[in-house]
Design a binder for this molecule. Structure first.
Ligand SMILES: [Zn+2]
Length: 591
């Protein structure tokens, strides 16, 4: 294989040679010109508009969006390279301001489109080709939209109602500080700082931070609980009574464009498979040499091997894993690296973590890594390059439809990660390395699939109970039952966890958002299971799923590949993969 790639900074030259160059300044000027032209077409938007004029207007909007993305992408990427660079900070702020002002000038299009009568909308969509789904999706909420004066009243009252409650929740909880003793010193910590110790090796400290966390939230439990009840009532009054949604969760399902039955099937399968993770926690207790894991210990670290892989070795492994799946996939991944779009160095001031940003569908995406040489770092490389491959495979679509929608967004990334993990495990004989890789995978699967789906189950039940007049204590009791179903006998739960639900901002900000995490991850594992069963014959269908990008509804894209997301059998496949990993861990010798 290759031996030419080093850890380095990325190049943004494919976008602009610099922000003070004529190219950058011209791009801003051109964009202003294009928007001025676009605004002139406003009067053409009426029921009489013919198909070709409509297509032209949309094409102008596509150009505007592409150009905006390039400017925004350049500023954003430059800033992540060095978050301490004041010029980059200033540029990002300036571009953001510039783009918000321009976006407001094009807003009239979507407002008009959403309100357009169904007959005319269908006439225009019929000839819209690839843009059909994008246009359709914008109108999804039309059947649940009220008259203009009603919508206005809701908006006005929301400012001092729902939104005000959320702000109040944030104001109360964001000023919390948590006191714990670390290394003999009393510390005042934010929640973020506190939770770092959930992964600490000292069991006493792990217990102390959770006790402190829920002492603070519990002190305000009656108020936070009351805010929650009010938000839930508001959600029901508005969405069920006024907007005619079937159920509280249907509101979110429509936003994700996923059928209610698919979400029900997903949650039912997650609930049924709680024992898979319970076995994992029992195993973790054995590794930690304790009888039973406490809820405090679920993220406790197990021993770690110190094996590392140099950057080139990591690239070779990732490309090799992709190559085994499909040579084209490996080629696309290598293209991203060869284009110099991967920033893999560790530098002071550089943003932490990792991401993939597809700025322009016709260019290689940019990938940020902080490559540290661990197996985990290699998996992250496969994950982010997977995102990049997804974008490149879908590049023939419009700028509006090549990005996959939320439920499919983690598809190629997690799949790529699984390919790498399999490749690593098949060639790794050191049990310590195998153990680390598997523990990390199951840990992640727990946090995204199990924890989040039980959150969604709590929400579903809580919305029902509040509707029937439940008091805060009822919700806390139900929450404790929810987590004891989740953990079974594998994990002991102490009483302060009755306040965990008031500490989850998602429950307040965006009800039912959490299942999307479980949906995305389990979907990929289920697909991966099919790949293992069907081998090469699975590949063309899977590539088609990726090539579809966001050009159709998730259920439609998947059903073309013969997958029914409303079927429990399909979701069970994902748990079979996790079950396999837990079995492998169970077979490893315990040190
Ligand atoms: Zn990702």
């Amino acid at each position: 294989m290759t031996s030419k790639y080093k850890q380095q900074r990325w190049s943004l030259d494919a976008l602009f040679p610099g922000h003070e160059t004529p190219e950058f300044k011209n791009a801003m000027k051109e964009l202003e010109g294009e928007i001025a032209e676009f605004e002139k077409r406003r009067d053409e938007l009426d029921v009489e508009i013919d198909e070709s004029d409509f297509r032209e207007i949309v094409a102008e909007l596509e150009d505007i969006t592409t150009q905006s993305n390039r400017l925004y992408g350049y500023a954003g990427l430059w800033f992540t390279e060095d978050t301490q660079n004041q010029d980059a900070q200033a540029l990002q702020a300036r571009i953001e301001q510039f783009l918000v002002e321009l976006q407001n000038k094009t807003l009239f299009f979507s407002i008009w489109w959403k309100k357009l009568d169904q007959h005319t909308a269908e006439r225009l969509m019929a000839g819209a080709g690839d843009l059909k789904y994008w246009l359709e999706e914008m109108r999804h909420f039309t059947p649940h939209t009220l008259s203009e004066p009603e919508e206005k009243v809701i908006n006005i009252k929301n400012v001092t109602g729902f939104s005000a409650l959320i702000t109040l929740y944030d104001s109360i909880t964001n000023r919390y500080t948590f006191k714990v003793e670390v290394d003999g010193k009393e510390q005042d910590l934010t929640r973020g700082e506190l939770m770092v110790y959930a992964r600490h090796h000292d069991p006493k400290l792990r217990a102390a931070i959770y006790q402190e966390l829920y002492r603070v939230y519990g002190d305000d439990g009656p108020i936070l609980g009351q805010i929650y009840q009010t938000i839930v009532r508001d959600w029901s009054n508005e969405n069920i009574d006024l907007r005619n949604y079937q159920s509280p969760i249907s509101v979110r399902n429509l936003g994700n464009d996923v059928p209610d039955q698919a979400v029900d099937a997903l949650l039912a399968v997650c609930e049924k498979n709680a024992p898979v993770f319970q076995r994992f926690f029992e195993l973790k207790a054995r590794w930690l040499k304790i009888d039973q894991l406490r809820r405090y210990d679920i993220y406790a670290p197990v021993a770690q091997s110190d094996k590392t892989y140099d950057f080139q070795a990591a690239v070779d492994m990732v490309l090799d894993a992709f190559q085994n799946f499909d040579p084209r996939v490996a080629e696309l991944a290598e293209g991203i690296i060869a284009d110099g779009h991967v920033d893999s160095e560790i530098r002071k001031g550089k943003r932490g973590g990792a991401f993939c940003w597809s700025v322009d569908k016709d260019l290689s995406p940019w990938v940020l890594l902080n490559y540290q040489g661990t197996a985990d770092s290699v998996a992250t490389m496969a994950h982010e390059l997977g995102h990049g491959i997804h974008a490149l495979l879908a590049q023939d679509h419009s700028v509006f439809t090549y990005h996959s929608s939320l439920p499919l967004a983690e598809n190629a990334s997690t799949f790529g990660e699984m390919l790498l993990i399999d490749r690593l495990l098949s060639q790794e004989s050191d049990p310590a390395v195998r153990r680390d890789i598997l523990f990390k995978q199951v840990d992640d699967a727990y946090a995204t699939i199990m924890r989040q789906s039980f959150f969604a189950l709590f929400e579903r039940e809580a919305h029902k109970m509040v509707d029937e007049g439940a008091i805060i204590n009822d919700l806390s009791e139900m929450y404790l039952k929810n987590i004891s179903r989740q953990f079974g006998d594998a994990v002991s739960i102490s009483d302060e966890f009755r306040w965990e639900w008031v500490s989850i901002p998602h429950f307040y900000h965006t009800p039912f958002y959490v299942y999307a995490y479980a949906f995305g991850q389990l979907l990929v594992l289920s697909l991966y299971k099919r790949y293992k069963q069907e081998g090469d014959s699975f590949r063309p269908g899977y590539i088609k799923i990726l090539e579809a990008g966001g050009s159709k509804a998730p259920a439609a894209i998947l059903s073309e590949a013969g997958i029914d997301i409303s079927s429990q059998v399909f979701w069970q496949g994902g748990f079979d993969v996790i079950d396999g990993m837990v079995k492998e861990l169970e077979d490893l010798p315990i040190e």
